[in-house]
Design a protein around this ligand. Structure first.
Ligand SMILES: *[C@@H]1O[C@H](CO)[C@@H](O)[C@H](O)[C@H]1NC(C)=O
Ligand SMILES: *[C@@H]1O[C@H](CO)[C@@H](O)[C@H](O)[C@H]1NC(C)=O
Ligand SMILES: *[C@@H]1O[C@H](CO)[C@@H](O)[C@H](O)[C@H]1NC(C)=O
Ligand SMILES: *[C@@H]1O[C@H](CO)[C@@H](O)[C@H](O)[C@H]1NC(C)=O
Length: 315
């Protein structure tokens, strides 16, 4: 298995210095850390912690269940944990959730998605965009994440394939964040959060926010990375260049509002490497002059530096 040394460097490249005003909405979900072991105390303490840690101010305002109420259901007869789902009761359940004041029902199409995908594939129509956008604002594109580097990188790559179908009102969901759950290093969690943000994935915190380390809080609170995720242009960034053994030197990039581009130099190799993002792979003309801003991996553990030679690219 690959091990990362010097994980990720994320930059925004400003083609002009117009900053956009950004709408932010984030969430916390109990599943990745607590699974089914939730109760009133956990939910209340989590809501309190989102406020006391400042995460609520950064936009993490949906607690599934909490501040602005979110709730989880399933489009099938049962949820993945065999709790009742909404199949054949979709309208009743939607009305009940609304009457209870839930502003963000999170309905899981996971249990229906594989058979539906297979059925559609059989007819030559296996694109989620052909149906998911009509039934939800986001749709899971992959199997469940787990708290490992292998799972996170596999899922990032799978979700990348569906980039063309994401946009305002309908997002690819590569599953919730594992940041803070202990199975990856600080650098690996930074890469996880940065790539999820760049892919415009719904940012659902999945750890115990009542008991976060400083490092976890630092990652989840990076305002500029959150702003990349919430950018109003709403274009999912993609893997645009790979090189090195097993394609471990990766450049991910995507356009942002205000004549800006976000670029991530993602080192998935087992050693520190020098990486270069060439202008043409991030969609710029050779003669473009830019200003570059470093938005992630700064501070402890960050070993990124930026060199911008005239009109060719940076590393
Ligand atoms: C609530 O759930 C948490 C986490 O699973 C557990 O530690 C705690 O003991 C539970 N409290 C009650 C009152 O059941
Ligand atoms: C769809 O079916 C083809 C042919 O059987 C297969 O190669 C492909 O992987 C399938 N795609 C998905 C998304 O299941
Ligand atoms: C986590 O996901 C990886 C990659 O999909 C898989 O190989 C591994 O078996 C999973 N681990 C657990 C504990 O489910
Ligand atoms: C808080 O998290 C640490 C690991 O960062 C863990 O060792 C400890 O048991 C947790 N405390 C509680 C009360 O869950």
């Amino acid at each position: 298995m690959e091990k990362m040394s010097d994980s990720i460097c994320v930059y925004t490249v400003f083609l002009s210095l117009l900053a956009a005003s950004l709408a932010i909405a984030g969430e916390w979900n109990s599943w990745n850390f607590f699974a089914c072991n939730i109760n009133e105390t956990v939910i209340k303490e989590t809501a309190d912690a989102l406020i006391s840690t400042g995460l609520a101010d950064l936009g993490y305002v949906h607690v599934n269940i909490g501040l602005k109420l979110g709730i989880y259901s399933d489009a099938g007869a049962f949820t993945c944990q065999v709790r009742p789902g909404s199949l054949y009761h979709e309208i009743d359940d939607a009305e009940i959730f609304a009457s209870w004041g839930f502003s963000h029902p999170l309905v899981n199409f996971g249990s229906k998605y594989p058979p539906m995908r297979d059925a559609l594939n059989a007819t030559g129509q296996d694109d989620p965009a052909l149906w998911a956008g009509k039934v939800g604002n986001s749709w899971r594109t992959t199997d469940d994440i787990n708290d490992t580097w292998a799972s996170m990188t596999t899922i990032a790559d799978l979700n990348d394939k569906w980039a063309a179908y994401a946009g305002p009102g309908g997002w690819n969901d590569p599953d919730m964040l594992e940041v803070g759950n202990g199975g990856m290093t600080f650098q690996e969690y930074k890469a996880h959060f940065s790539i999820w943000a760049l892919m415009k994935a719904p940012l659902l915190i999945g750890c115990d926010v009542r008991n976060m380390t400083t490092e976890t809080s630092e990652i989840l609170s990076n305002k500029e990375v959150i702003a990349v995720n919430q950018d109003p242009l709403g274009v999912q960034g993609r893997k645009v260049d790979v090189s090195g053994p097993d394609g471990c030197r990766q450049v991910w990039a995507g356009p942002l509002s205000g004549h800006r581009v976000v670029v991530a130099l993602w080192n998935r190799c087992s050693i520190a490497v020098t990486m270069t993002a060439k202008w043409e792979v991030i969609g710029l003309q050779p003669s473009t002059s830019v200003s570059v801003r470093f938005v992630a991996a700064q501070g402890s553990g960050g070993r990124c530096s930026v060199v911008v030679p005239c009109s060719s690219g940076f590393s």
